[in-house]
Ligand binder design. Sequence first.
Ligand code: 1PR
Length: 523
Amino acid sequence: MITLLDYGAGNVRSVINAIESLGETVKIVAGGGDILAAEKLVFPGVGAFGNMMRILQEKKFVDPLKAYLHSNRPFLGICLGLQALFEHSEEAPDVSGLGLLAGSVKRFVIDLSVPHIGWNGLNFKQASPIFFGLSGDEKFYFVHSYHVVADDASVILTTTDYGCEFVSSIQKGNIIATQFHPEKSGRAGLVILQNFLKTTAEPIQPVRSTPTTTLAKRIIACLDVRSNDQDDLVVTKGDQYDVREGGEVRNLGKPVELAQRYYAEGADEITFLNITGFRDFPLEDMPMLEVLRQTSKNVFVPLTIGGGIRDFTDKDGRKYDALEVAAEYFRSGADKVSIGSDAVLTAEAYLQTGRRTGRSSIETISRVYGNQAVVVSVDPRRVYVNSADEVNHVVIETAMPGPGGEQYCWYQCTIKGGREGRNLDAVTLAQVCEKLGAGEILLNCIDRDGTNLGFDIELINAVATAVSIPVIASSGAGRVEHFHEVFTATEAESALAAGIFHRKEIPIAEVKRYLNGKVEVRR
Ligand code: 1PR
């Protein structure tokens, strides 16, 4: 029996699912007594350090947790569950950590995108039973803006390189904690969890074949989901966002089955977009939540869900806010939520007043769940102009002139799945959303969507160079070379595709085979 400390923020479902998939049962902590009585405790921390410590205090978990840790019984901390073991964090300077280990938690000060999101490797500093069965070259899923700085080097199990060398796991006696998420790290992550659960594994110190670790470029499979005319929830796919063919919604398969297929084929991440979320309300659209619950049972890579994340009043007049919608998605197995239309409206309001309200979906969700949990999905369309100063937007000079020979264009944001164009450009939207707390930009392109013509490199460069958070390039992938182009001609951290995977034109493994040796990928 594994005892799991869930303090109510973020996705603990995937930790439970991963442990259960290894044949163990999980008991969730209901009170401090459960912590004191635990034989093996897992603490998956998600979100923001200050919020986590505040909730642990409120629930009176801090003293039992300290007592458990000092008893040296088996403990596995994950992500913030590692950071909590230290004395302080720059993320919340007035809040104390558990103080089991001397040292603090610092924000990355590097020239690369922050948060550090994606699959990276481990430099092994010591032997540990949790490494039993690893070759040393595996990659694990990270998502964080802060990292621990341990005063006592003897507790450091592994480090990882990302603009600097940082501590990615520690061990002190039976206390183990990782900055990465074993439950989201595919087979390699399950090996680590299994070693922790059975505690009979031999300590080993794997050796990497390269001197430093490198963050992999991610290949993301995207599933646009909606109900068809027969009311079945299906994966669909548009051509420039038009998902109907001969009047019918294209049906490319069942969401849970397709997600499982992509996991097995090596997808680094899976994104579900509830594309009619702008008119349906997710909390009344329960099938989408069920899709997440089912998928997260045996898909152990990060899951992002988008569609309908906004404040909403139902037909009985009950008000829901975006944070409640996001909370339900996280509880159902999502690791990140993606906000589309509401981000555009929020940015417009911010630009008009110059003030944050603190109440927007981006702000409220990032405050509780951390910036890394908030993706902004942008649906821009090219608008050609004759000169750079013709409009009051970020305009680029384009190598692909418009129908009238126009040499310039800007990228107009849309809402409601491309149905409504707004007076806001994609570069400004991305910058405002970063300022408000978004942790990642999912950059679609209506002109390229479903065309197989390749990613819009000009758009991606315009946005990726304007923000310091990671950008996911999306729309238009048609050949393996397109992935190589987007990773070498832009700073995009990941590339998302839909049609070529759904139609089985190019399997994910073939994309990775082609990139291998040219661009760092997870194999
Ligand atoms: O506005 O917060 O409710 O979110 C709605 C979400 O649904 C947004 O993220 C929006 O991008 C998405 N969406 C709405 N309508 C459509 C549509 O297609 N009619 N899909 C839609 C967007 C775009 C991609 C697609 C890539 C790759 N899908 O994510 O998967 O373009 O396709 P490709 O590789 O086949 O070219 P809200």
